[in-house]
Ligand binder design. Structure first.
Ligand code: PGA
Length: 265
């Protein structure tokens, strides 16, 4: 089946509000070379101080929605440095990234905390991209599928809870997308081969099929992330189970990111 693609950019701790506006103005110009009507969903995850309604408005000119790079599991409280899903929604933010490997590696994110964040984000009505992926040591030890399955457990558990409690009418599997991001490919220039990525994606879809159901799995949106560039994005997205990309470094350049958006259109 044809699934709608998601092309997303993760700016990490780059760009302030002024640079974000300049980026989107330039992106609008660059996109003039591409097709008028884009079918793919486009999302950028800037730093929280670049999520204002003014920047959302400039981003909308390029058909791009903004999302937060992290979101907490409580609406408010004594959680210094965290972001509230409810407050994000109130300023018009529609997306959140959850469980990115840099959060896992440097800030103590675990499968359990990622699950709690995901549960709350879904309950609040945010769309999410939930990140999973193995380290090089895990891949070399033949543990890739085991690690992915354990990380997916949090996703599957949160989804089951959401559906059981909320019975959401307008929820679609692509509103809780998954990004397969092998840690060894992030920021290293070592992109997974299309075969490696496709194999991991097929495994993830198989897990969703056996644990959630065939219909959900068919519609699930599984993105690839890790050294995606304007040169490899199109070929990756041609693989049958790769439904879009999550782009770090290459999402900081409007001309290159426009090419990636056009590849996903
Ligand atoms: P990269 O980052 O494209 O710079 O490898 C991807 C990510 O961290 O999401």
């Amino acid at each position: 089946m044809m699934r709608i693609k998601i092309v997303a950019g993760n700016w990490k701790m780059n760009f302030g509000p002024a640079e974000a506006c300049t980026f989107f103005e330039s992106l609008v110009e660059q996109l003039k070379a591409g097709p008028k009507a884009a079918s793919a969903e486009r999302v950028i995850f800037p730093v929280a101080y670049a999520l204002s309604s003014e920047i959302q408005w400039v981003a909308a000119k390029a058909n791009v929605k903004l999302g937060a790079q992290n979101v907490h599991w409580a609406d408010s409280g004594a959680f210094t440095g965290e972001l509230s899903a409810k407050a994000l929604k109130s300023i018009g933010v529609e997306w959140a990234l959850i469980g990115h490997s840099e959060r896992r590696q440097f800030f103590g994110e675990t499968n359990e905390s990622a699950k709690q964040r995901l549960e709350h984000a879904l309950k609040t009505g945010l769309r999410v991209i939930f990140c999973i992926g193995e380290t090089l040591a895990e891949r070399e030890a033949g543990q890739t599928e085991k690690v992915l399955a354990a990380q997916l457990e949090s996703y599957i558990h949160a989804l089951a809870k959401f559906v059981a409690e909320k019975q959401p009418q307008d929820f679609l599997p692509r509103h809780a997308a998954i990004a397969y991001e092998p840690v060894w490919a992030i920021g290293t220039g070592k992109t997974a081969t299309t075969e490696q990525a496709q194999a991991a994606h097929a495994f993830i879809r198989g897990e969703l099929k056996s644990k959630i159901g065939g219909h959900f799995a068919e519609q699930a949106c599984i993105l690839y992330g890790g050294s995606v560039t304007p040169d490899n994005a199109a070929i990756l997205m041609k693989a049958p189970d790769i439904d879009g990309v999550l782009v770090g470094g290459a999402s900081l350049k409007p001309d290159g990111f426009a090419k990636i958006l056009i590849a996903g259109a």
